[in-house]
Design a protein around this ligand. Structure first.
Ligand code: ZN
Length: 336
């Protein structure tokens, strides 16, 4: 960001409006956006930029001593008005004396200086603003800007919190959430071949903040974490019989994927290949018809092939096909 952009007062305003717009779109926009982009990333960026603006504004704040012309406080102090033709600056020790000059003789000027000096001696420590007051005048505008920014961020965070508690995983009653988590764990244990625990991470300590993964599991471990969005998709399917095609499919694939990691599979592509195959049975156990479950996992496999860039490591290997090395059931000609 350029120096001039930093100083442009419209930038903080534009930032706050952008954040507000993003929050609105995040709340009312497509579910895909909510699933793909953790809203806290936007808040973290906004907070960083507010601090950046604050630092820039503080650095650029004008020093009140930079202006050598008589200040308002000087005018008040020496008692002349704005009509005076000229002002003479006379250095008198540490003091600057401003003498109104309208063609007076030397003697008259001496008298004016003497008068001004007397005035200063009278005033010392009374009218001159103390340093802290000048400093406050310099620092306050950037601080006010920062406080405004923080207030906007805090208000939007409260809105998100409120919406979260009314919709999604957070809106599901505690006992139902416990029952759902138990059910997910049961299904994952079946795939992992040992008792494992699935958690729907609400604190987001493990999931979502940076890597925006849908879930996390230690290879060969006993615990896996899914994002609240994925848990809610699974909950809607298993407990309410509701599906949102691509979201539901993704959630089934993620639960199976983490379960395969817990079983001990390390490679991401292989894990995903196994997940999509077991996802057909898993989907049926959670309430889908066989046809829908199979179609969903096939769609996931098609989408997997389109992956690239940062998520390329999750792409399934070429052996992930009917009769291939990664085919879990070679007697079955359907895949997945
Ligand atoms: Zn994985």
């Amino acid at each position: 960001m350029s120096e001039s952009a930093d100083r442009d007062p419209r930038f903080p305003a534009a930032l706050r409006i952008s954040l507000a717009l993003f929050v609105v779109v995040w709340i009312f926009g497509p579910r895909e956006l909510r699933a793909a982009v953790p809203v806290w990333v936007a808040f973290a960026i906004a907070l960083g930029l507010e601090l950046h603006f604050f630092a820039g504004a503080l650095r650029d704040a004008p020093s009140p001593r930079r202006d050598r012309r008589p200040q308002d406080v000087d005018r008040e102090r020496f008692g002349y008005d704005d009509d005076t033709d000229d002002l003479l600056l006379v250095r008198d020790g540490d003091e600057d004396l401003w003498i109104p000059y309208s063609g007076e003789s030397d003697e008259e000027v001496e008298e004016l200086i003497a008068a001004a000096r007397d005035q200063v001696e009278e005033d010392v420590g009374t009218t001159a603003p103390p340093d802290w007051e000048r400093e406050r005048g310099r620092v306050w505008p950037p601080v006010r800007g920062l406080l405004t920014g923080l207030l906007v961020i805090a208000a939007l965070a409260l809105v998100i919190r409120f919406v979260d508690s009314r919709t999604g995983w957070g809106s599901v009653a505690g006992d139902k959430r416990a029952a759902a988590v138990e059910r997910f764990s049961e299904e994952a244990s079946r795939i992992a071949g040992k008792p494992v625990t699935i958690r729907c991470d609400e604190s987001r300590d493990y999931v979502g903040l940076v890597q925006h993964a849908d879930g996390v599991a230690a290879v060969g471990g006993d615990n896996a974490y899914l994002t609240p969005e994925r848990c809610f998709d699974l909950y809607r399917l298993a407990f309410e019989g509701e599906t949102t095609s691509s979201q539901t499919a993704r959630a089934i694939a993620v639960l199976a994927h983490e379960a395969w990691h817990l079983r001990g599979v390390d490679d991401e592509g292989t894990t995903e290949c196994y997940a999509l195959q077991t996802g057909v049975d898993l989907g049926q156990r959670l309430g889908l018809s066989e046809g829908t479950a199979r179609q969903m996992m096939r769609q996931q496999l098609v989408e997997n092939a389109l992956r690239g860039g940062a998520s390329a490591e999750y792409r399934v290997p070429a052996e992930c096909r009917d009769g291939g090395r990664l085919d879990l059931d070679r007697s079955d000609t359907r895949f997945p």
